[in-house]
Design a protein. Sequence first.
Length: 377
Amino acid sequence: MNRLVPDVRFLAGIAMSVLLASCGNTVPDERTLAAQEAAEKTELSYTIKKKDLILLPAKSGSRAVRTTIGGRVISKNTTQLFAEVQGTIKSTSRPFKAGIDFKKGETLVRIDREEFELSLESQRSAFLNVLTGMLPDLKSDYPDSYDQWLTYVKGYQFGNALKVLPEPKSTEEKFYLTTNQVYQLFFQIKSLEERLSKYTIAAPYSGTITASNIDVGSLVSPGQPLGTIANRLNYELEAGVPISVAERLKKGDKITFANNQLTGSWTGTVVRINKIVDPATQNIPVYFRLEGKGLKSGMYLEGAIEANMQEGVMVIPSAALGRDESVLVLQGDVIRRKAVTPIDFLQDSIVVKGLVEQDVVILNQFDIPVEGSKVAL
C-alpha cells in the first residue's frame, strides 16, 4: 500500500516571536498582532507528486453481475415433543439427551403405562363379557350371523387390540347390537387403545436430539414439553433474494453454496419461493433444499445468482471505495472525489457504476483528506 505523508512546514520564527512577545508584554503591539494573525493563517502544506500516485484509468464495459445471497442452514424438520399423558419417564435404548442421534422408528421417550394397560384390559374383558352374553340370542334370532360373532369372541387374545367388529347382516341385527351398546363400548375401548400409544414416542425421522427437558424417573403431565429433535439427513437454507432476481427464479433452479471457512460446496435446489416481501430488507425469502455431506444446522452458506448484463461498469480494488461509496479521481492536476454505485462485491474487488472514460481512479491510501489538493509533476 502506498501512503503519502504530508510535508509540514511550521513558521518557527513567527511562533517564537509570538511566545516572546506574550511573555514580555502585557499589551501586544502591532508587530505582535501581525505575527499572531500570520500564525493563525498558516496551514499545513502538502506536496503530492504524480509519480507517487497509483492511477487506474477508467474503462467501463458490460459485465454479467452476480447477486450474492446467503443464509443459515436449518433442518428440514424441527419438532418439539410434548407429553400427551401422565406418567413416569422410563429408560430406553438411548438416553434422551441433547446431541444423541437416532433412527426413524426408534423409541425416543417411554412413559410408564402399566396402570393404564391394566385398566384398558379390564374394559376389554367387560366388552367380551357383553358379547358372550349375547351369543344365545344371536343364535336364536340371527342364526346367519351367529358363526361370525362366535369366531370373533374366540379369536380375542388378552393384551391385543380389538379387531374390527363383524358387519351385521340385517337392519334388525344392527339395531339389536346398538341397543346392547356394542358399538359404544367398542369405540370407547378403541379410544383408550389410541391413548395407550401416547405412552411411547417413536422417532418420525432420523435425526438428532437438540434439547432435552426430562430425565429417567421424572414425572410428566399432559402438555409438558419434553424436548426438541431435528432431522439430520435433510437440510434447507432460507436466503433473502432481491425482488428483481427472485422474479427470475423458479422451482428446481440450482445454485452452488459454500462456506469460507470450509472446503467443498453444496448444491441448493429451489423448493419454495415466498410471496411476501420482507419490509425491512425488501428481499423475498427463497428456500433451497441442500445436498451434500458435512452439512450441520446453523452453518452460514453463501452462493451467487447470475443477474442480467450491466452496462457501463468497472472493476476496482475494494480498498479504493470509500465508506461514503465514492472514489478519488484525478481531474487535470486536482484530486476530486466522485460518487459511484457498487453493483457487485467480489473477493478483493468491487464492480461499480458511475465512472466515465475521462476519469482516472487514484488507488493510493491517504492518512489525511486530500480532496481539492493539486498534484505536482
